[in-house]
Design a protein around this ligand. Structure first.
Ligand code: NAD
Length: 448
């Protein structure tokens, strides 16, 4: 059966940059056969040779060979952040559509320049992160639109990514042996690298931000003995976002606190929550507030024992996911590359427990829109807004004050398959047996 949003045909794609994140893209590349990888290129020829050997891709000897290849419609730019601007500009000027890893650029004016070139040439420029297209976010988005939490008021988002300096990051390797570029990650900063994952889903669901008040600081000065340039990039930030729609958000990033990637949207009738952006099918919980659920969480045991607490409505119930044409890519076993049974077993466990992203989904949606002549699903003004916010939060410093945004974007809708889903999460919510019967009893408990 063909799902809404699906299209036929193939798109010729070249991939530039064969480092650590390349292998992340490959974990779900098998699920996107319409992405016809024509070849790969890296200035480090050993890396392009390695991934060519592992995945069977052709190698482009240099950038010019990609620019000259008429079979390449779209280029996936997976290079290091500092290379993004010059490379993307060269690609656009040569008439290639581009999908770039995040952040698009390190400077807002550079980002504006790229979109100007793309517009002048009638090209698509798109960018990661694409996690707002995940089943989890699309499900949360639909629940908000269904009125399941009433009027949305607050968003709390965490991006504590563990004290990685204690976790031997110098030993981390991708599947094809690319080292995790930990010094570079410290130099760029966790906010610059990560806050976009939360910004995209908040902005997609609630529209543009009017102003941001942020604070950023180095809280772990001695992350490594290796020299860093610069050595003082913030490794902690917290930002409060004032949305034009009236919603208020607080987002925190660090590589100092233990891992916590929670996403919560709180309304005047309930709360939506999920454990992480990093799993595209992370279960989404809806709690429609009741006297029982709000009072029950005062009890320590009900807070500390989630299974017990859920019986009283604390944390709510799991929503069935909305699905789209590529939902299956998230959970099915990886079919790419040569790997042993043991490695497949470990990869399966990691995919279930640690994270399952489909980074290729943004490329697939961009390529689909190109083939069908539709607007890019990750619009230019949206990417500019994400870029400006990212830079403002990272650059806030310890004396940060409110910054009015100079960019904005036209709010857009969830995916066609989400819009077409006939269910209504508000109407189908059942508070459970206890909540229906306890309200009067709880009122009596309050009469001390
Ligand atoms: N490492 C991660 O966990 C991770 C996760 C998500 C996104 N990203 C993003 O992915 C991008 C790449 O990160 P990475 O971790 O793979 O870095 P990396 O250093 O492992 O790989 C980057 C690759 O790009 C190549 N390169 C650099 N400049 C080039 C140029 N001008 N032409 C051709 N090749 C060039 C390098 O030789 C290197 O092999 C960054 O934007 C990063 O923010 C990284």
């Amino acid at each position: 059966m063909k799902m809404q949003g699906e299209s036929t045909g193939k798109t010729g794609v070249a991939i530039i940059g064969c480092g650590y994140v390349f292998d992340h893209y490959m974990t779900t590349a098998w699920a996107h056969p319409e992405i016809d990888v024509r070849g790969v290129y890296d200035i480090d020829l050993a890396r392009s040779a390695k991934v060519s050997d592992y995945y069977g891709f052709s190698i482009y000897p240099d950038l010019q060979a990609i620019l000259d290849d008429p079979a390449v419609t779209l280029v996936l730019n997976l290079t290091s952040i500092e290379a993004h601007f010059e490379l993307t500009r060269a690609l656009l000027e040569a008439g290639k559509n581009v999908y770039s890893e995040k952040p698009l650029t390190t400077d807002l004016e550079e980002a504006r320049t790229l979109f100007r070139i793309a517009e002048e040439r009638g090209l698509v420029l798109s960018s990661a992160p694409c996690n707002f297209l995940s089943d989890s976010v699309q499900t949360m988005w639909k629940a908000v639109r269904d009125g399941a939490i009433g009027k949305p008021l607050l968003i709390y988002a965490e991006f504590d990514d563990n004290p990685i300096y204690l976790m031997k990051p110098e030993t981390w390797r991708s599947r094809t042996g690319a080292p995790w570029p930990y010094i570079h990650e410290y130099e760029m900063g966790c906010t610059f690298e990560h806050v976009g994952y939360h910004l995209v889903w908040m902005l997609a669901m609630f529209g543009p931000v009017r102003s941001v008040t942020a604070f950023s600081k180095v809280v772990v000065p001695h992350k490594t003995d290796q020299p860093m340039h610069p050595a003082d990039t913030p490794d902690f930030s917290v930002a409060t976002l004032d949305f034009v729609s009236g919603v208020t958000a607080r987002v925190t990033c660090s590589i100092a606190a233990p891992a916590d990637h929670r996403m919560r949207v709180i309304g005047d009738e309930g709360e939506l929550s999920t454990d992480t952006y990093r799993h595209y099918q992370s279960p989404v919980f809806l709690e429609r507030f009741s006297q029982l659920s709000l009072n029950a969480r005062k009890a320590r045991s009900l807070r500390l024992q989630p299974l017990f607490g859920r019986g009283f409505g604390v944390g709510g119930r799991v929503l069935p996911f909305v699905r789209h044409w590529k939902s299956f890519a998230t959970m099915r076993a990886n079919a790419a590359g040569k790997t042993s049974f043991f490695k497949k077993l470990v990869a399966g466990a990691k995919r279930r427990e640690v994270g399952a992203q489909d980074k290729m989904l943004g490329v697939a949606e961009t390529a689909r829109a190109l083939r069908m002549g539709e607007p890019c699903p990750i619009p230019p003004d949206f990417i500019l807004h994400v870029t400006e916010l990212t830079l403002a939060i990272q650059g806030a410093g310890t004396m940060g004050s409110a910054v009015a945004l100079t960019t904005s974007f036209v709010p857009f809708e969830p995916m066609a398959s989400t819009r077409a889903d006939p269910r209504n999460y508000r109407d189908s919510y059942s508070p459970g047996f206890l909540a229906k019967r306890m309200d009067g009893f709880i009122e009596r408990l309050h009469q001390h």
